[in-house]
Write a protein that binds this ligand. Structure first.
Ligand SMILES: Nc1ncnc2c1ncn2[C@@H]1O[C@H](COP(=O)(O)OP(=O)(O)OP(=O)(O)O)[C@@H](O)[C@H]1O
Length: 590
């Protein structure tokens, strides 16, 4: 499907909700067009009446200027009618635009909440952000500034054709004679500009992605002294944006002067043929003069719609590209949620990962038949070298991704049978990289249950060993976490996110152990907090430091997406295999 078609469908999807306002504007625009295209006929009539009057006066007879004055008043009224209806139409359209672009923004944000995690894993944050910012801005600007112009141009063009043929078919054909040439020129230039503008938007997306990555990884950059390389990378992306923007501007800038030239040429053709018809035709001088005046007016109006569309061209093209990019997001698959899925029950017997195969990309299997049995209340630790598939197993348990074959079951029921919301509400996750959100510390702890009272917030913070620290802050639990969230250390953030999980009282717990370096005191605190949260809960821990999982009921050792050993710490040491070696190696460093 072409970009134009995609954009058309996209705009219609949002505009149709406000069809009443849209319809009223179209009626007003039709009226204003009628005023503007009928006005020249009154000008022509005035010229004819003036010629008649002057003829009468020069021949000594008594003439009257009354008809001429009357025609002039109608002429002025028509222009006033045009201006006032356009003003009202523009107010209504501004409202329609504001509401529909507001709905687009909400639509995009809602879509992001429903989309598969895969989209976020495979797209750079900056590119997603660009769809919210520059793409939606382009859509808004075009709707705000160009929608009225486009509707006016279409209405004027159609109205003009009707009155021109009504007045004189011959002169109408003369006025339109240069159209094919103008259309060919416009099509060629617009095609070139379209390609450039498309490239410009994609280049901006990539530039944003790069900037975002460099800001997020700034500390790594500084520590490795890579500022110059970062700048060099930026310059490359920036040069591409500059080049495509320049090309786009040049092509869309050429269009308007070209159309102005075509309009002048057209007026000359009309004057030439009009005068020829006046001299050689059967019309009276007054009528012939009037026809020329009217058609010179039409010839100038004829290119007006094309010129206003071409002057808005780069804006329209940016909006078409914007709509294509936003629509790309809109058409992404949603997460699969079973209709009328079951409520996830309390775990009675346990959880089973049953011969699970999984691949992120077709043909590249990551997990090759994983089977893990966990009984209610047990703690299972996943260990293994980097890239062995530990995080992938976690991704499957709360359905960030779905298994290819095999199943994950709770008391024998496949987790895909559960309502997704219910599953997520009962599976608590503490991620390796804790995330705090804008709001107070208390808000952050009760993030999963916004209605929880302060007593529960404090209780969770106590269990997570972070209560004393929060109390020591001047504003305590009301301390604001925002952009300055970096005032908290990695360990403190981790403890707050553990408190957040404790508060939701999950039935199944997944802990991705933080690998970030924290001091030994904080590490001990995190360990104690984790022990608290794990206590009596069915849980999975992705362990990087083996000393933290010595008490696990079962340790599962993964390598290259396969389980190579499993058992208790003591049993695995006894086996003297991969785990035992891993453990001994780590103990040397501890
Ligand atoms: N979104 C993704 N798309 C494609 N491949 C992925 C994706 N996420 C992970 N992988 C691949 O899956 C494999 C397993 O990755 P996973 O993150 O599960 O390993 P891990 O054991 O958790 O590693 P680590 O200890 O480093 O966190 C790796 O080869 C990785 O490249």
């Amino acid at each position: 499907m072409s970009d134009l078609k995609i954009a058309g469908k996209y705009y219609w999807h949002y505009l149709k909700r406000y069809w009443r306002g849209f319809l009223v504007s179209i009626v007003l625009i039709a009226f204003s067009t009628w005023c503007i295209v009928v006005a020249p006929t009154y000008l022509g009539r005035a010229v004819e009446q003036l010629t008649t009057y002057l003829g009468q006066v020069t021949h000594g007879s008594q003439g009257s200027l009354a008809p001429f004055n009357h025609t002039l008043i109608i002429y002025i009224l028509l222009y006033l009618g045009d201006a006032s209806t356009i003003f009202v139409a523009s107010l209504i359209l501004a409202r329609v635009t504001a509401f529909s672009t507001g709905t687009m923004r909400v639509g995009l944000f809602r879509k992001l909440q429903r989309m598969k995690v895969q989209y976020f894993d495979t797209h750079r944050d900056g590119d997603i952000l660009a769809r919210f910012t520059s793409d939606l801005d382009n859509i808004f600007n075009a709707m705000n500034q160009a929608l009225l112009e486009i509707l006016l141009a279409i209405a004027q063009f159609v109205g003009l054709l009707i009155v021109m043929f009504n007045q004189s078919a011959t002169m109408a054909w003369v006025t339109m004679a240069s159209t094919p040439l103008a259309l060919i020129v416009a099509a060629v230039v617009m095609r070139k500009a379209g390609v450039a503008v498309n490239r410009q938007q994609d280049d901006i997306g990539k530039l944003n992605g790069y900037i975002n990555e460099q800001i997020t990884g700034q500390k790594v950059l500084i520590t490795n002294g890579l500022q110059a390389d970062s700048l060099k990378g930026f310059s490359g992306y920036n040069a591409k944006v500059r080049q495509s923007a320049l090309t786009g501007q040049i092509w869309s800038g050429i269009l308007n002067p070209l159309m102005q030239g075509m309009s002048l040429l057209n007026t000359a053709i009309v004057i030439f043929f009009g005068s020829w018809f006046a001299l050689n035709g059967s019309l009276s001088t007054g009528a012939a003069l009037s026809l020329v005046v009217v058609f010179v007016n039409y010839a100038q109006q004829y290119y007006q719609p094309i010129m206003s569309l071409t002057s808005l061209y780069s804006m329209i093209q940016l909006a078409i590209t914007g709509a294509r990019r936003v629509d790309e997001v809109r058409r992404q698959d949603d997460e699969v949620n079973r209709a009328q899925g079951q409520e996830m029950p309390d775990i009675q017997r346990g959880l089973k990962i049953d011969d699970v195969h999984f691949s992120y990309l077709p043909g590249k299997e990551i997990l090759h038949g994983i089977t893990i049995d966990v009984h209610r209340g047990e703690m299972v630790a996943l260990v293994g070298p980097t890239g062995s598939g530990k995080t992938t197993v976690m991704n499957l348990m709360n359905r960030f991704y779905d298994v290819d074959t095999g199943a994950i079951t709770v008391d024998g029921t496949d987790i895909r049978q559960f309502d997704l919301q219910s599953l997520r509400a009962h599976v608590g996750i503490v991620l390796q990289e804790p995330q705090l959100f804008t709001g107070t510390i208390a808000d952050n702890i009760r993030y999963g249950e916004p209605d929880a009272g302060m007593d529960r917030v404090i209780d969770a913070a106590k269990q997570a060993n972070i209560h004393d620290f929060i109390e020591s802050l001047p504003d305590g639990y009301d301390t604001r976490v925002s952009d300055e969230q970096s005032i908290f250390s990695a360990g403190q953030k981790q403890l707050m996110s553990i408190a957040r999980t404790i508060l939701t009282n999950p039935r199944l717990l997944i802990l991705d152990e933080a690998t970030s370096n924290v001091d030994t005191v904080t590490e001990a605190r995190i360990q104690a907090a984790m022990d608290n949260v794990i206590q009596g809960r069915t849980s999975f821990v992705i362990a990087h430091r083996l000393k933290t999982i010595l008490n696990a009921d079962k340790i599962v050792v993964l390598r290259d997406g396969r389980i190579i050993e499993q058992g208790s710490h003591a049993a695995l040491l006894q086996e003297n295999g991969f785990y035992a070696e891993l453990y001994r190696n780590q103990m040397v460093f501890e």
